[in-house]
Write a protein that binds this ligand. Structure first.
Ligand code: NDP
Length: 337
């Protein structure tokens, strides 16, 4: 009688830590939705996650809409009449080192498709299975880097900004375009823009679907998990120094196990059944969550320790018109319009 949880990108970092946290708590069975099944099966053995008892491993490559559709079909067959209780959209790529954009075979810039578009498609395909649950939840992992009312998101260049989305309109006309705002490619910005889309989408899902489906749609910021593979494309010196900087200078550092416990909390904590919320933890951050004029984000969002609270999103991340556009353009991009 375990609750069934799908976690995308459960093969590494936050997704794996969350899987381990849920297996330890008991009461949850995690379907690990991953691009590399064999690697994930090996990791399960190493971590003592028992297939069939704690977890199942299913393949899904978020860089391909076909693969997402195939995963949804396989999952439905695997679930049979059972409900899907939680859908955790966690996987992401961060490609700040690229000079030129990498496009998927569907024709979209890699971080836009993996981080946002494919999750949009997956959520829509799995709505019928979620609706079968008594207390369904869908959590999209966000980031302060897409939320410009913080130091981390607002003052560290480049900032997330979708502009008037002219680039996205070009993409929909079949013109090879990387950036939503139509400007030149910047890999770090593409990541931040995709995270902004994640947070806009969560709110639009809440507005469109919460009342009719009872699904709680939320997002969360886990803290800066400075040691994960997200930074795999950064230089070696950065990967060594970044955790030290985040630990001792900004105080925004969170370990993988603690971040995993946080995402697991959004799965399990009765308080997290509330829809439309962007959850954060008021840990010991000295700079990351500091107030920027005009915002009311509490000091100390991020960092280790503390309790969860309902965080405030930046003006752009709360923009209803943009959220509607993100929905319409995403639906067109994935072929659901
Ligand atoms: P990791 O790189 O460790 O994990 C990312 C996961 O996504 C991996 O499991 C990876 O698979 C998977 N993935 C990447 N591309 C694809 C694809 N095409 N198809 C399927 N899966 C894919 O990074 P994190 O754990 O740090 O990131 C997890 C989430 O946390 C992301 O949403 C990120 O934006 C967010 N986040 C992270 C922060 C941090 O400081 N690290 C801060 C704020 C938010 P594989 O194992 O095969 O590489």
């Amino acid at each position: 009688n375990k609750k069934i949880v799908v976690i995308t990108g459960a093969s590494s970092g936050l997704g794996l830590a969350t899987t381990k946290s849920l297996a330890k708590q008991g009461g949850y069975f995690v379907v690990m939705a991953v691009r590399d099944k064999e690697k994930t099966k090996r990791i399960c053995k190493e971590e003592g996650l028992e297939e069939g008892k704690d977890v199942a491993v299913l393949e899904m490559d978020l860089a391909s809409f076909d693969s997402v559709r195939k995963f949804a079909r396989n999952l439905k067959a695997w679930l049979g009449p059972q409900p899907l209780d939680r859908l955790i959209c966690n996987a992401a790529v961060y490609l700040p080192h690229l000079q030129a954009p990498e496009f998927t075979k569907d024709g979209y810039e890699m971080s836009l498709q993996v981080n946002h578009l494919s999750h949009f498609l997956l959520i829509n395909l799995l709505l019928p299975e979620l609706k079968k649950s008594k207390d369904p939840r869908c959590v999209i992992v966000g980031s302060i880097t897409g939320n410009t009312n913080t130091i981390g998101g607002g003052l560290v260049w480049p900032r997330a900004e979708l502009g008037d989305m002219r680039g996205w309109r070009r993409m929909l006309k079949g013109q090879r375009t990387a950036m939503i705002d139509g400007h030149n490619f910047n890999g770090a910005k593409a990541y931040k823009d995709s995270k902004l889309c994640n947070m806009l989408l969560m709110q639009e899902l809440d507005r469109r679907l919460h009342n009719s489906t009872n699904i709680a749609f939320t997002s969360m910021y886990p803290g800066c998990i400075a040691e994960t593979n997200l930074f795999r494309n950064k230089r070696q010196w950065f990967r060594k120094l970044f955790p030290v900087f985040m630990k001792y200078v900004t105080g925004g550092y969170v370990s993988e196990p603690e971040a995993g416990d946080r995402l697991a909390q959004t799965v399990a904590d009765p308080r997290c059944a509330k829809s439309g919320i962007y959850w954060s933890w008021n840990g010991g951050a000295r700079m990351v969550g500091v107030l920027v004029p005009g915002s009311d984000t509490p000091v100390g969002a991020g960092g280790s320790g503390g309790d969860l609270f309902e965080n405030t999103l930046s003006d752009e991340a709360q923009d209803k018109k943009k959220a509607q556009m993100v929905w319409e353009y995403s639906a067109k991009a994935v072929g659901l319009d």
